[in-house]
Design a protein around this ligand. Structure first.
Ligand code: CA
Length: 227
């Protein structure tokens, strides 16, 4: 859902039509009060905000949105007729994520919206990342990288790595890893764990040493910098 706050009906209708034609759900608002009400009901994915409004300047609206924790990170593209450098700087300084000068074409607008939504999605994906030294794991995508190299792990190797990285510094015995990952409720072949740790380390290359062996006990994920 994309919201637009714009007092000029012609521009509002043009943009809402362009958004809907591109497959977006969109709602337009003439006055800030109607926008605030709608935001309270449903948070949009992105807001197109006109700079010049009769009752309240677009910059004021943006400041209000940025001071509310719920809308602090709402992606905002500011629209303005004043395409001067000064306006652009003011808009970006006040917390807009992007800026488009009027008049603009529908294609440019849509591509800027898509770019901003992509950036927003990337920054969310980034928080869903576990890292340890040069190792990065993206649980939502089931991807592992050693440095910039993508590493292909078996399911058990992946589960082992995730378990160790999620509990960084904690030492796991072979038996507890067997139980947690293989689901054995008895003391199984603890060599199974050793074999998987060995192939995991090999696949991680130089980063493999971050999976530490604790003599006589088991394994842990360390930061590799202390010893
Ligand atoms: Ca206006």
């Amino acid at each position: 859902m994309i919201y637009m706050l714009e007092d000029e009906e012609g521009i509002r209708n043009f943009v809402i039509y362009a958004l809907k034609s591109s497959g977006f759900d969109a709602r337009g608002f003439e006055a800030p009060s109607a926008l605030y009400e709608a935001v309270n009901e449903e948070l949009p994915e992105l807001l197109l905000l006109d700079r010049m409004l009769p009752d309240e300047d677009g910059l004021e609206v943006l400041k209000k949105l940025r001071s509310d924790p719920r809308t602090r990170k709402l992606p905002v593209i500011m629209l303005t007729a004043k395409g001067t450098e000064q306006d652009k700087v003011e808009g970006l300084d006040s917390g807009a994520d992007d800026y488009i000068a009027k008049p603009f074409g529908a294609m440019e607008l849509i591509s800027r919206i898509k770019a901003l939504l992509r950036r927003t999605a990337d920054s969310h994906a980034d928080t869903d990342r576990l890292s340890l030294g040069g190792i990065s794991v993206y649980p939502s995508k089931h991807e592992v990288f050693a440095g910039s190299e993508k590493v292909n792990l078996t399911l058990k190797e992946y589960d082992l790595l995730l378990m160790l990285m999620r509990n960084r510094g904690q030492v796991f015995s072979r038996d507890s890893l067997l139980r947690e990952i293989w689901g054995y409720d008895f003391a199984g072949e603890s060599r199974t764990v050793d074999v998987h740790i060995r192939t995991l380390r090999q696949k991680l290359g130089d980063c493999g040493e971050l999976i530490e062996t604790i003599r006589g006990v088991g394994y842990k994920a360390g930061d590799g910098s202390l010893d």
